[in-house]
Design a protein around this ligand. Structure first.
Ligand SMILES: [Zn+2]
Length: 133
């Protein structure tokens, strides 16, 4: 197992999670991807039953530690890290040998409003990385 660092997309707190070194991560998102199944850090999240891990920012578990953002103001150094909001670590998924593209539900709503004649082929197309922002 190796400690891998992930950054909260909301507050920048650093999560250090023990991971199997060979597993591939797809992205970290503030919302779950549609169709992904998330484990908690206490589950056996490396098993094939899960597509990712839900991390509650600042909530420590066995194998999961938190640190404040490295850029945060020194005056706040006595505060506990984390904003308390959940974010999602998404593993790479394959079906029939092809990588499955995840899509955040909230992102799809926003894209359906912004895609139009003035925005042809904008970010977030089926092959775009739009969900990861
Ligand atoms: Zn946070």
């Amino acid at each position: 197992m190796v400690a891998v660092s992930y950054y909260c997309p909301r507050c920048g707190a650093v999560a250090e999670l023990d991971r199997d070194p060979y597993l591939a991560d797809k992205s970290v998102t503030p919302f779950p991807l549609e169709g992904w199944t998330y484990a908690s850090p206490d589950d056996d999240f490396e098993s094939d039953d899960w597509d990712g891990v839900r991390l509650d920012c600042g909530t420590a578990h066995d194998g999961l530690l938190w640190a404040r953002p490295p850029t945060e103001d020194e005056r706040r150094s006595d505060e506990e890290p984390g904003c308390g909001e959940a974010f999602y670590l998404n593993f790479v998924r394959f079906e029939d040998g092809r990588e499955v593209e995840g899509e955040a539900e909230s992102e799809r709503v926003r894209l359906s409003e912004t895609l139009g004649p003035q925005n042809p082929g904008g970010p977030g197309g089926p092959s775009g990385p739009g969900f990861s922002r």
